[in-house]
Design a protein around this ligand. Structure first.
Ligand code: CP3
Length: 357
């Protein structure tokens, strides 16, 4: 089934996990590969465990089952990194906000639409729920093949806030942007709470065994200029600084989806070690824009090309690989895998990236 795992043998004459080596300044060839949402509904073995677990949150808080689904795509495809199976909405849930996942509809939260709502959150009780995630990380780390790295994550404060305020996903995040425009001081209290909670949470993930972190700012792209600076760049910069104080060597990847040209500023100001590029960035720009920055580039195949497969996918993969040759690069999608993805297309993608046809 699928592609066998990459051997633990050193490549390019050097030792170490292939996924981590670009962060030490090396252009690894072929580039390491993992995919956002690589554990999920497109895998029959995930659907089986998911059905056994009960609800989605039950799965997130069950360390044995969460470790199992984290490892499934590593076993099947031999990716260079595993990302701990969890969700960005664990943070509001641990803070005491009601979070439900409705089958086929996505998350629903009890919206917090103004400063008064902040009283419903309690930062002193996050430990119980975060502890389950740390257990899942430790368990995964103990079972992971030696050559694969383990990624921890959280949502960026802005993106997490859009769900906390809107109560669900939306295409324009209107409720959250309006609060931020009308009462920036009040809104900044929510962002500040998410900054401190995220630092604690990510440091806990490192202590449990995470070797790299990714900060998902899925809705950064809807923030105009100054707001992007204030609500995406500044909080991310504070989180990066807070983690680096304790764990200076753990690489952090930022994923400011939809940031476009502002991704350059984001890299320069936040101090992230890696930049996740979404599908809207042309590969030639991905190759050129960050060439002078001390940053690893990650991206950016369209998840729908992975569904379609065939020559269109192969041509785009070739283009990305050629343009990113000799760069510190990690192959990924421009956003998460969608449930309709045929697993055999994923196996083919891994083979293509590793130089097979
Ligand atoms: O494999 C991995 O990447 C690790 C697990 C992971 C999940 N969510 C599992 C999940 C990660 C890294 C996330 C991040 C996440 N969650 C983001 C940021 C990245 C992105 O995709 O933009 C966001 C915005 C969320 C919030 C969220 N969780 C939404 C909007 C939804 C519903 C949409 C959907 O795909 O159903 C979820 C549910 C969710 N999170 C699922 C999975 C596998 C599907 C639910 C299920 O299995 O029933």
């Amino acid at each position: 089934m699928g592609t066998p795992p990459r051997s633990a043998k050193p490549r390019n004459g050097k030792a170490g996990k292939p996924f981590l080596r670009p962060f030490s300044g090396e252009a690894v060839a072929p580039p390491p590969i993992w995919l956002m949402r690589q554990a999920g509904r497109y895998l029959p073995e995930y659907r089986e465990v998911r059905a056994k677990a009960g609800g989605f949150l039950d799965l997130c808080y069950n360390p044995d089952l969460a470790a199992e689904v984290t490892l499934q795509p590593i076993r099947r495809f031999g990716f260079d990194a595993a990302i701990i199976f969890s969700d960005i909405l664990i943070v509001p849930h641990a803070l005491g906000q009601e979070v439900r996942f409705i089958e086929g509809e996505g998350p629903r939260l009890d919206p917090i639409t103004g400063v008064a709502g902040l009283a419903r959150l309690d930062a002193s009780k996050t430990g119980d729920r975060f502890g389950k995630v740390y257990e899942a990380i430790a368990k995964t780390a103990s079972l992971l093949p030696a050559e694969a790295a383990l990624i921890g994550f959280c949502g960026a404060p802005w993106t997490v806030a859009t769900y906390m305020v809107g109560g669900q996903g939306s295409t324009d995040q209107a409720a959250t942007r309006l609060w931020a425009y009308r009462d920036p001081e009040g809104f900044s209290q929510l962002i500040a709470l998410l900054v401190t909670t995220s630092i604690e949470y990510l440091c806990g993930q490192i202590a449990a065994g995470a070797e790299c972190l990714q900060i998902f700012d899925t809705w950064a792209g809807n923030l105009p200029d100054d707001e992007f600076e204030r609500w995406s760049v500044e909080p991310t910069k504070a989180i990066v600084a807070g983690i680096k104080k304790k764990h200076p060597m753990v690489p952090i990847i930022g994923f400011p989806k939809g940031a476009g040209a502002s991704a350059l500023n984001y890299v320069a100001e936040t101090g992230v070690n890696g930049i996740g590029c979404d599908t809207s960035m042309p590969p030639f720009m991905m190759a050129e824009a960050f060439a002078d920055e001390n940053v690893v580039v990650q991206g950016n195949l369209d998840p729908l090309l992975l569904v379609a497969g065939g020559e269109a996918m192969e041509a785009r993969v070739e283009e990305i690989l050629e343009l990113m040759e000799d760069r510190r690069f990690i192959f990924n999608l421009g956003h998460g895998i969608v449930p309709e993805t045929p697993p055999e297309h994923v196996a083919l993608l891994v083979k293509l990236v590793r130089g097979g046809h």
